[in-house]
Design a protein around this ligand. Structure first.
Ligand code: ATP
Ligand code: MG
Length: 561
């Protein structure tokens, strides 16, 4: 996929040709709606994860495709103290993905509308105040195979219901003493339709409404009303709400809303080796298994961003996974493929060595430094070239030298020549050992005629290795990540039991080109031969920290077998 196609994925054509667009087209044709408006409605009880990207992409792209708007609506119907941290992180993540909410609203903005709708329902004889306790209500509810029983309070008069509801609002009753219930059908095959509670008493102040209310609407009541009052035409959500749709429609119809929103469901995105539940992610954070919501191993948007997954690659990923109504688990390797694919096109190339071995090139003049050109990105010649310094002492990867090479070894060994990336041919002469018996440094010679990677005699070498000028480099810490879980479905059983203890390996003393020093958090490079690496926010002037975003090749799929 080229740059332009990525831009298109990002801006326009996500999920082209899916069943929801077909339903919307039909609604527009039939004049059910004359415009399209959507919303993204998260509960601010955690950071957004990879699954939310699908919903965000769908909600915002649908609005854009049909020339409408999409609001971010934070669902704060439950007045428990929520965290501004979560609200801010949600807004930040959406923007980072490249979407801008038309406005940021809250479910609580519609509490007045809900209250008025409740009064209308009571007046129509469609809602009643019930005195059953939670336990009694469970007993009356019936089961999937048996119908429920009517509450003994179901036939209260409209006047009595209005009076009691008013007194509920004034705080005359305690939580659990009374609820307001929709009067629908206790024999319905759909349990959600068995006179569901629509208002409950909670003597808790609300973040945005203060002490205005001591009764709060249930989500199933607030949601359709928020959607409709806000002007949302198509309320897109995940399949677990399918059974709630009859109630959604009932509320809007019976409370007399003239232009009701329409709910349409799609399948959740599930990703192997990842958690797609805020609650479970929170458990990991609280247990200290990860460093926080933005730990680069987390499948949160914040974590993936810190790891270096580019936003267009994430959008391409959810787009490739597709929009359907069938449950499925998408392979983590598809996500990595999309990341790699994007970075291959876009990331600058640079050189680093994770396990440095010093090389002294004995026939290279002492004190001399020269510039060697490397291509910034061979896939995009337009990005041009960059100069890298070369001198008598360089670092190479320790694994690129073998005193006694195994069969088929293509790198340096005594008497064998390799090409330095962009530079000269060098030949290993002698390894110098320290008192511990480890190699201290390697003595090599170079061929002055091989500059640029070829020689006049056309001599071939088997390997090309990366290197870093020892006189012009920096130290770095490199964090290598593996799957956070040992099992493709970490939600099965105890999440904490499924954690992979080796999901993080820290390389303390890597050497990086001087050029990499000073880049900012989030900048991603291909370290030649090593993979893609992104500057972490923990970087300091003394020590850069990089996260391995993804390896160059998919080693995982083969490793699993
Ligand atoms: P969680 O269990 O992680 O808290 P949720 O379903 O409660 O998730 P909300 O914050 O209420 O999440 O969700 C906001 C929107 O994102 C909803 O419309 C929901 O349907 C959608 N969504 C949540 N998880 C996924 C997912 N895995 N795939 C696609 N959409 C999702
Ligand atoms: Mg939720």
């Amino acid at each position: 996929m080229n740059n332009t196609e990525y831009e298109e994925t990002k801006n326009n054509v996500l999920f082209e040709g899916n069943f929801i667009y077909d339903l919307i087209d039909k609604d527009l044709e039939e004049g059910v709606y004359d415009h399209v408006q959507t919303r993204f409605p998260p509960e601010p009880n955690g950071y957004l994860h990879v699954g939310h990207i699908k919903a965000i992409a769908m909600d915002f792209t649908t609005a854009k495709k049909y020339g409408g708007v999409c609001n971010l609506r934070l669902d704060d119907t439950n007045p428990v103290k929520e965290d501004d941290e979560y609200v801010n992180a949600i807004i930040d993540d959406i923007r980072w993905l490249g979407f801008e909410p038309n406005s940021v609203v809250f479910g609580s903005n519609y509490f007045d509308a809900c209250y008025e709708a409740a009064i209308r329902l009571i007046k129509k004889g469609k809602a009643f105040v019930c005195d059953l306790s939670a336990e009694e209500m469970r007993q009356y509810r019936g089961t999937l195979t048996e119908p429920g029983k009517n509450s003994p309070y179901r036939d209260r008069s409209v006047e009595e219901n209005l009076d009691l509801f008013e007194r509920m609002r004034k705080g005359e009753f305690e939580p659990g003493e009374k609820t307001l219930r929709a009067k629908i059908d206790m024999a319905s095959g759909n349990l959600n339709m068995r006179d569901p509670i629509i208002y409950r008493i909670m003597k808790v102040p609300h973040d945005r409404c203060g002490d205005k209310w001591c009764i709060y609407p249930m989500y199933d009541f607030n949601h359709p009303i928020s959607d409709t009052v806000e002007g949302v035409t198509h309320s897109l959500c995940t399949l677990e709400f399918e059974d709630h749709r009859p109630l959604y429609e009932w509320v809007l119809k019976e409370a007399g809303f003239e232009h009701p929103s329409r709910q349409i469901e799609f399948a959740r995105l599930n990703l192997s080796y990842a958690l797609t539940s805020k609650r479970r992610c929170l458990a990991l954070v609280n247990a200290g298994v990860v460093s926080g919501w933005d730990d680069p191993r987390m499948a949160t948007i914040a974590g993936m961003r810190r790891r270096g997954y580019p936003a267009p690659a994430l959008l391409n990923f959810v787009n490739t996974a597709g929009m359907s109504k069938t449950y499925s688990v998408v392979e983590y390797s598809l996500l990595e493929y999309c990341v790699r694919d994007y970075l291959n096109e876009h990331a600058e190339r640079a050189m680093a060595v994770l396990k440095p071995l010093k090389v002294v090139i004995k026939n290279y003049p002492e004190g001399k430094t020269e510039d060697i050109s490397i291509e910034i990105n061979p896939n995009d010649p337009g990005m041009g070239t960059r100069e890298v310094t070369f001198s008598r002492e360089i670092y190479i990867e320790a694994d690129d030298f073998s005193e006694v090479p195994p069969k088929g070894y293509k790198r340096l060994s005594p008497g064998v020549e390799v090409r330095l990336k962009g530079g000269y041919y060098i030949k290993a002469e002698k390894a110098v050992y320290n008192e511990n018996g480890d190699i201290d440094h390697l003595i090599c010679t170079y061929d002055p005629e091989s500059r640029g990677g070829t020689t006049p005699d056309g001599r071939k070498v088997k390997g090309t290795i990366q290197w870093v000028d020892a006189n012009n480099c920096h130290d770095a810490e490199i964090r290598l990540y593996d799957r956070l879980f040992n099992t493709p479905n970490p939600s099965e059983g105890e999440v904490l039991d499924n954690v992979n203890p080796d999901s993080l390996k820290v390389v303390e003393n890597a050497k990086i080109e001087k050029y990499l020093h000073g880049h900012k958090a989030g900048d991603t490079f291909q370290f030649m031969r090593l993979g893609y690496f992104t500057v972490d926010k923990d970087s300091t002037d003394e020590k850069m920290v990089f996260n391995r975003t993804v390896t160059l090749k998919d080693s995982w799929t083969t490793k699993q077998k």
